[in-house]
Design a protein around this ligand. Sequence first.
Ligand code: PMP
Length: 307
Amino acid sequence: MPITPTKKIWMDGSFVDWPDATVHVLSHTLHYGTGAFEGIRAYKTPNGVAIFRLKDHMERLLRSCKILMLDVPYNLSDLCEAAKELVRVNDLTEGCYIRPLVYLGYGEIGVNPIGAPVQTAIAAWSWGAYLGDHAETGVRMKISSWSRHAPNAMPTASKTVGGYVNASLAKVEAIKAGYDEAIMLGPDGRVSECTGENLFIIRDGRLYSPPPSEAGALSGITQSSIVKIANDLGFEVNFEALRRDDLYLADEAFLTGTAAEVVPLSSVDDRLVGDGKPGPITTVIRKTYHQTVRGERPQYEDWLARV
Ligand code: PMP
């Protein structure tokens, strides 16, 4: 998806003009993937622009960095304030996407990163529906021939830059085969997650999602929001291992992620999910999520950080 430039990018404590936010070609992360990132959204609410679950995202960024032994020179509050200020200086409102990145800059080469400078940047721009128009009607999914990497090959709880080669291979395979998105199975053959989203299925009125740590999936912040929203709407949610035939036989299914939001699945490997149209439970959960992020559900006000 193309990027629409804004005015400023926050880099190591300063607001830099968009075209000047560059790195040296010998930056360590560019060669070895040694970095961590986040994806966050902000929305227009009745009381001004708000970043959704900002603190949770920045906490996850710091956890990713801890796993990768990246010593970030900013604390949680510094990062949250920088993100808010960035949204303000760029006059961003509805559909704003925020991308914090901690990376290793120029200074060392070779797989040993020790000594390379830890650098931090946050960019923000206006970004539409991540899965395009199909987000309304349902997306066609393909189970990837690539497995989600095993936890002992790559930490699955960290949004590691290099880890996304795995997701990217699966995404390209699915798109080239004519699908919208890929579902990845873990090394044990159980359902893990999508390339940038978690997965839920619905059977007999109950929701099921693979338990992130066992499934080697990222612990999604949208996934956790949906668990709370679904419970509050009276639906039971189970974290349970899923097989690919559970996907084929689901009454309804949807994926969740900050960029994608809540998107119904219309088919998996050419088998229709239900009748192929967004089901009633998915529809009510999706609508409630959209209202929540836009400040139209007062009980979830704590999730909003006003800029
Ligand atoms: N899984 C992966 C691999 C992801 O990259 C993302 C996006 N961060 C998700 C799941 C969904 O996470 P979240 O809801 O926190 O955006």
